[in-house]
Design a protein around this ligand. Structure first.
Ligand SMILES: [Zn+2]
Ligand SMILES: [Zn+2]
Length: 447
């Protein structure tokens, strides 16, 4: 079979060095398969370096929007890679790096998040974190309890592998190192929407964004993906009722916000039962706080309600928001009160685009090995990666990395969170393999 494109000198040298088998080159769809095999060989070759990067970042964790040293370390590593243009200081500490391949093709963005959490590490490791940071004005311990150190290291590994094959690369790769995934819903945007607002998906115009998250799941090295909603939106709502206080013995002379607050709490519960199509995506409306008054015989002026909305459907998320506002304001009005409703939408529903995900499933299987990439049900956890998917497709998967051979490891965010570093090789393979798999149809078209 004639190779569909010229054999580059890099590919020829890999073949010569035995890093890529000639049979891989000559099999199946020819050039595209050989290119993927080349990418996986280069990905595997980064393993030791990826672990070294990860350990350094693990030992020097930084909190959301404080990733100054981490960003400098990442930029320094990227600048040593051939053909990569690096921009720093995006959305405070974020980095965008661009690698233009030697062949025409789509623009694939790969994302890692860089921030750690105010948690004290309890693992006994030679590179254990003893770092401190400042959070809400207080000194706190800092630890990569969500594994973002591994995300950064794996994306650097992917950048290194792809930069070494840039002459053959059928498209452009944009590497996004974002700050503040853990920022959470609130007045300050978390890192993903802040990066989007800063224009990281333009110039070059990105066609798809892919990302991954490590967890303590078992067995290590397994990849969990889903065609469709994978993780829920996570929003916070607050309702403040303004009434008129008075004596508990004569409520008719006051406008009691406590009674209205109680009615609103109950009314919010029937949003899920009576306004949401359950087949359209699981949705949860939870009231976690209700504060009103401080004496049994005094009616207060105000009452406050706060809670969370989680949903696997953008449509249901909107229905829940609209109905929280409607019920709160109408019930308040019926009591002669006013209601101030605020909803902070920090995290979007994370919908892994079905068609784009379909396109990379084979690559995820090749990365993890026979039977180790699986389609899984969604979770009600949240991740700000969904913000990249407002106008373009996104693909996301979870990478299991339990340090134990027979059970799950500690959950993310816990003081004992730990990963099996052997899973990092699989993560780098998944990133480069999926990039090539997404670009592959363009390779065919360019023949
Ligand atoms: Zn987290
Ligand atoms: Zn995380």
């Amino acid at each position: 079979m004639t190779p569909p494109f010229r054999l580059s000198s890099r590919l020829a040298s890999l073949l010569g060095a035995g890093l890529l088998s000639v049979s891989a080159w000559s099999q199946g769809a020819g050039g595209a398969d050989a290119l993927r095999a080349q990418a996986l060989s280069l990905a595997d070759a980064t393993e030791a370096q990826v672990i070294a990067w990860r350990r350094h970042i693990h030992q020097h964790p930084e909190l959301s929007y404080q990733e100054v040293q981490t960003a400098a370390y990442v930029a320094e590593a990227l600048k040593k890679m051939p053909g990569i243009e690096v921009q720093t200081g995006i959305a405070k500490t974020g980095i965008k790096a661009v690698l233009r391949g030697g062949q025409p093709g789509p623009v694939v963005a790969l994302r890692a998040d860089m921030d750690a959490l105010p948690v004290e590490e309890r693992n006994d490791l030679p590179f254990k974190s003893t770092a401190k940071g400042t959070w809400l004005g207080k000194e706190v311990p800092v630890f990569h309890a969500c594994g973002h150190d591994t995300h950064v290291a794996m994306l650097l590994g992917a950048a290194q592998a792809l930069s070494q094959m840039r002459a053959d690369l059928p498209g452009t790769v944009v590497f996004l190192f974002q700050p503040a995934e853990e920022q959470g819903p609130g007045p300050v945007l978390s890192g993903a929407p802040a990066m989007v607002q800063a224009g990281v998906l333009d110039n070059p115009k990105v066609d798809v964004v892919m990302g991954q998250h490590i967890n303590g799941g078992f067995p290590s090295g397994q990849i969990n993906y889903r065609r469709g909603s994978l993780m829920a939106s996570g929003d916070v709502f607050k309702i403040k009722l303004n009434g008129k206080g008075g004596h508990g013995s004569s409520p008719w002379s006051a406008n009691d916000p406590t009674l209205a607050a109680a009615e609103i709490v109950v009314a919010l519960q029937n949003i899920v039962s009576h306004r949401i199509d359950p087949l359209d995506g699981t949705t949860v409306v939870t009231v976690g706080q209700l504060q009103s008054g401080n004496r049994p015989n005094v009616l207060p002026d105000t009452a406050e309600i706060a809670g969370t909305v989680r949903s696997l459907s953008k449509k249901n998320q909107k229905i829940a928001h609209d109905n929280i506002r409607l019920r709160a304001t109408r019930i308040a009005e019926s009591h002669g009160l006013t209601a101030e409703v605020s909803i902070d939408t920090g995290y979007e529903v994370l919908v892994s685009d079905p068609a784009a995900t379909q396109r990379v499933i084979g690559a995820l299987e090749a990365a993890a090995g026979e039977g180790k990439a699986r389609e899984v049900p969604p979770t009600m956890g949240s991740e700000d990666f969904g913000s990249f998917g407002k106008n373009i497709p996104i693909v996301f998967w979870h990478l299991n990395a339990s340090p134990y051979t027979d059970r799950r490891g500690a959950p993310n965010h816990s003081a004992e969170f730990m990963v099996d570093e052997k899973a990092l090789r699989v993560g780098v393979r998944a990133l480069v393999g999926s990039t090539l798999a997404y670009m592959r149809p363009q390779t065919a078209a360019a023949q």
